[in-house]
Design a protein around this ligand. Structure first.
Ligand code: ATP
Ligand code: MG
Length: 423
């Protein structure tokens, strides 16, 4: 486990060591912003006048990784509790011909390094030895005014790297900041260009927006900037009432996983799940869209399967009290059950009868909720039943009877299996 204090101490030690070797070195970017906001930083970045080779000499080749050295970034490995810290040479980025990556970088001074960063609140340096803030971009003022403002001409900056449009939304949402007017207008004008960004990077930003406590602010901003239809067309297509309801449901989730937040996001999609539940059918439309969307954003198969599972089971949980126990039991012992009930609670409220019913069942002792099966496949083989497609069906039938309480012993289970084979 990383310890914030150890991380901080290590970031301080790195600055000290580079200074002792005669270089400029400071904390840079997000960690400075977080510190001024009174938030704990997840990671510290150090910016320095030392070139990558010099950084390696100061810290030793065995304690450094050079994966990013072409961009002037050397990773310095710290004590276990401190993890690793990226030490980056002051640089400017040359042209971005693909709108994603700089074609090359050139090493420069701190002021130019500040200027290549995306937003003024991310362009600050901090000297941890003197406790001084070094601000070339007006970042302190914007932090005070709670503004996300591009450094320099927003159109040029978004033209260089279109991902910055999504980053602006994420920072504004997560800190509860406003996007400064010129920056906002540039995003609105250039939103369609966001598709130049790789699916992975878009997926990562959406993930962070969705799991953030301010997720609905993020989504409202995506809509206001017209980024939404470019990246989440299924959600952009919701009518006003479905949108409002989706935001309400999303706002009820507490520290959701990505799959849970995504299931909430798709739970009202085109009213599919509601119509389906009236017809007492699962909601295949939503699950299929979850698949499309998850693949497009490069989420893992495990995450995508979980979203689809949540959306498929949701209508069953809504009718929990009218559902046969063996069917409901299989849902409640699934390792997604807690999230499923959290989703249902967000939709239906904490006093919903079906929810209360499910929670009561879930609190049953294990031997009642999920009693060990009376027989298994090897019992069937011993009875002379050949393994085959009917095997699983037989066992499922016997299991249902056990859960429904119509059989209670191994002998009864074997007798039932015999009878079923006879049919
Ligand atoms: P967080 O880690 O909380 O998302 P952060 O500001 O630390 O926020 P990182 O992606 O870790 O964001 O990047 C560190 C710093 O690098 C930023 O603060 C910013 O100065 C700069 N930076 C990151 N991505 C970009 C970008 N796409 N364009 C310009 N500068 C960037
Ligand atoms: Mg960071």
């Amino acid at each position: 486990m990383l310890s914030p204090i150890a991380q901080r101490d290590f970031a301080l030690a790195i600055v000290r060591k580079l200074r002792a070797a005669g270089f400029e070195a400071m904390w840079a970017g997000g960690c400075v912003r977080d510190r001024l906001l009174g938030l704990e930083s997840k990671d510290y970045d150090v910016a320095t006048s030392a070139a990558p080779e010099q950084i390696r000499t100061v810290f030793g080749r065995r304690r450094t990784l050079t994966i990013g050295a072409a961009f002037g970034v050397v990773t310095v490995l710290g004590p276990r509790a401190a993890g690793q810290i990226e030490v980056a040479t002051f640089r400017t980025d040359a042209a971005y011909s693909d709108g994603r990556h700089p074609d090359s970088v050139a090493f420069t001074d701190a002021q130019h390094d500040a200027a290549r960063r995306d937003f003024t609140i991310n362009g600050l340096f901090f000297d941890p030895l003197s406790n001084e803030i070094i601000d070339y971009v007006g970042g302190q003022q914007d932090l005070k005014q709670r503004l996300v403002r591009a450094i320099g001409d927003p159109r040029l900056r978004f033209g260089e790297d279109k991902l910055r449009m999504l980053r602006a939304v994420r920072f504004a949402a997560s800190f509860g900041f406003t996007i400064e007017d010129a920056t906002l207008h540039a995003i609105q004008d250039m939103a369609s260009e966001v598709t130049a960004v790789s699916a992975e990077r878009i997926g990562m930003e959406i993930r962070r927006i969705l799991v953030d406590p301010n997720r609905t602010i993020g989504l409202e901003l995506l809509r206001a900037t017209t980024l939404l239809p470019r990246i989440l067309p299924e959600v952009a297509a919701l009518d006003a009432s479905a949108w409002g309801e989706t935001m309400r449901v999303l706002s009820q989730l507490r520290e959701p996983s990505l799959p849970l937040a995504m299931a909430a996001l798709l739970s009202r999609e085109q009213g599919v799940s509601d119509a389906a539940s009236d017809l007492k059918l699962p909601a295949p439309g939503s699950a299929a869209h979850a698949n499309d969307l998850g693949r497009r954003l490069r989420y893992t198969n495990k995450e995508i399967d979980r979203v689809a599972w949540l959306l498929t089971q949701l209508p069953i949980v809504k009718r929990a009290r009218e559902t046969r126990w063996p069917q409901l039991q299989r849902i409640l012992i699934h390792d997604g059950a807690i999230e499923l009930l959290a989703l249902h609670e967000a939709i239906a409220g904490p006093d919903d009868m079906a929810l209360v019913f499910c929670r009561e069942r879930l609190a049953w002792p294990a031997e009642r909720l999920n009693p060990p099966p009376l027989i298994d496949g090897s019992d069937l083989i011993r009875q002379g039943i050949p393994p085959g497609p009917r095997f699983a069906m037989l066992l499922e039938h016997v299991r249902d009877a056990q859960l429904e309480g119509t059989i209670h012993s191994r002998d009864e289970a074997l007798a039932l299996a015999d009878r079923l084979i006879g049919q």
